[in-house]
Design a protein around this ligand. Structure first.
Ligand code: ZN
Length: 450
């Protein structure tokens, strides 16, 4: 049984690692995931051409510090791995503060926080520190000499990613993608990695209509690499979600795919809407409101999945989106910034999306002429007892909606949208109509609209 503790403990375990788009710590993160779900760990060599890009040299780091003339380490990578500009070249030198300043990154707005900065494609070295640490160094003056050491390496090696396919009855696939390249930060994006891992574990145990593909990749270069090497698989992808920033106290938000009205866009929008309308049933107290955004070619890996020539129906699910919370890309995005409850809520939300996907059937009314007599078939008296209907409210309307639109073309999602009835209620009611042999299921081609 997956609990909120399970999701949070995963993050606690992986938090200390200095991940990047390549390197040992990222590989170890994948190996950790592999103990929970049997992902395949793939390796792509440095120099491999992937569309307009190239797999970079592999970066590894063992130590980094700035020390003063007494030999005291005043900035130490071992205290927090964000202190190093991620992908820094090695350096070992004595340097004046005047020169060192050019390699220092801080945020004056939040003087206690260390920023997270990267330089993957421009060869640089640097340190990130709090503004308070910076000010202390500044007091010693421009001529003060510091010892600077970054014990890192950039060599030919591999870009690693994890992939896991759960086969359903159909070869049509739903893609869940998340990025594993960020060092010690939580909301961005160990929350996405944790939720995606346990979603895979959950799906492994149930029989599904769709096949589900999971990708644990370094952001941007990882999705570009996967897309470039798997062009033959793209046609099967009928929908997908990039999972990120899933543990803060913001409300769940969805950024639509570039296509905008694809099945996954409709599904997630409907789950959000039903959740809002029915928060007591779903027990999502903090989901009183919701927000759906249009696609924009900025953000995370959805950029690549929705890029020209690819244009897959892949959206992005977050709580507060990347870049929109103060703690984003800083040391304040830590274990205290996220909560078990919000993390678990995001996981349950995705499970709900899967339930909607899997139950979105197209039916045909077996009585082809005029409205059925529901009372004659006992459907007026039974309605009140149907699980999922609100209280014991008498609502035969639900059967009328389903029977009318069971035309062999319209899916249950559309009926739920048109009627403004909760999808769960629609599913419970259509199952009753199936049992009574009043309708049949004509297909699992669940991307149809009316
Ligand atoms: Zn990020």
């Amino acid at each position: 049984m997956i609990k909120s503790d399970t999701l949070y403990n995963f993050i606690e375990d992986l938090f200390p690692k200095c991940r990047s788009i390549t390197g040992k710590n990222t590989l170890e993160t994948l190996e950790y995931i592999k103990k929970i779900v049997p992902i395949n760990i793939k390796s792509v060599e440095t120099g491999t051409k992937v569309f307009d890009w190239e797999v970079p040299e592999e970066w590894n780091i063992s130590d980094a510090y700035i020390s003063n003339s007494n030999g005291d380490k005043i900035i130490d990578f071992k205290n927090n791995n964000l202190h190093v500009l991620n992908y820094s070249q090695p350096v070992d030198t004595k340097i004046s503060f005047k020169e060192l300043k050019k390699h220092l990154y801080y945020i004056s707005e939040f003087p206690d926080w260390i920023p997270y900065r990267t330089s993957y494609y421009n060869k640089k070295w640097g340190f990130c520190l709090s503004y308070n640490q910076y000010k202390k160094m500044e007091k010693n003056g421009d001529d003060y000499i510091y010892n600077v050491k970054i014990d890192s390496s950039l060599k030919n090696g591999n870009l690693n990613y994890g992939e896991f396919l759960i086969k359903g009855k159909s070869s049509e696939e739903i893609l869940f993608s998340t990025y594993i390249c960020h060092p010690s930060m939580c909301n961005d994006n160990l929350t996405g990695v944790s939720v995606t891992t346990y979603l895979a574990k959950y799906l492994q145990k149930i029989n599904t209509q769709y096949s589900y593909r999971f990708l644990f990749i370094p952001e941007t270069i990882g999705s570009i690499t996967w897309l470039s090497l798997n062009r033959d698989k793209l046609d099967n992808i009928k929908g997908g979600i990039v999972n990120t920033c899933m543990g803060d106290n913001g409300k769940i938000q969805y950024k639509k795919s570039r296509i905008g009205n694809s099945l996954i866009d409709r599904i997630v929008s409907k789950v959000l809407k039903d959740t809002k309308n029915n928060s007591n049933v779903f027990n999502y107290d903090n989901l009183q409101d919701y927000k759906i955004r249009e696609f924009a070619p900025v953000g995370s890996d959805e950029r690549q999945y929705c890029s020209q020539g690819i244009n897959l129906p892949v959206g992005c699910l977050t709580r507060t989106p990347y870049g929109e919370f103060d703690e984003y890309h800083t040391s304040a995005d830590n274990l205290k910034f996220i909560s078990k409850e919000h993390l678990f809520d995001s996981y349950k939300f995705l499970k709900k999306c899967i339930f909607y996907l899997e139950n979105n059937k197209i039916c045909r009314n077996l009585y082809t002429m005029c409205e059925l007599n529901l009372g004659k078939r006992g459907l007026y008296t039974q309605v009140g007892g149907v699980a999922g209907l609100k209280g014991n409210e008498f609502n035969p309307l639900i059967f009328k909606w389903i029977l009318n639109y069971s035309d062999g073309k319209t899916d249950l999602l559309t009926i739920s949208d048109k009627s403004n009835l909760d999808f769960l209620d629609i599913v419970n009611a259509y199952k009753m109509l199936l049992e009574k042999k009043l309708i049949n299921v004509v297909g699992d081609k669940t991307n149809a609209t009316n």
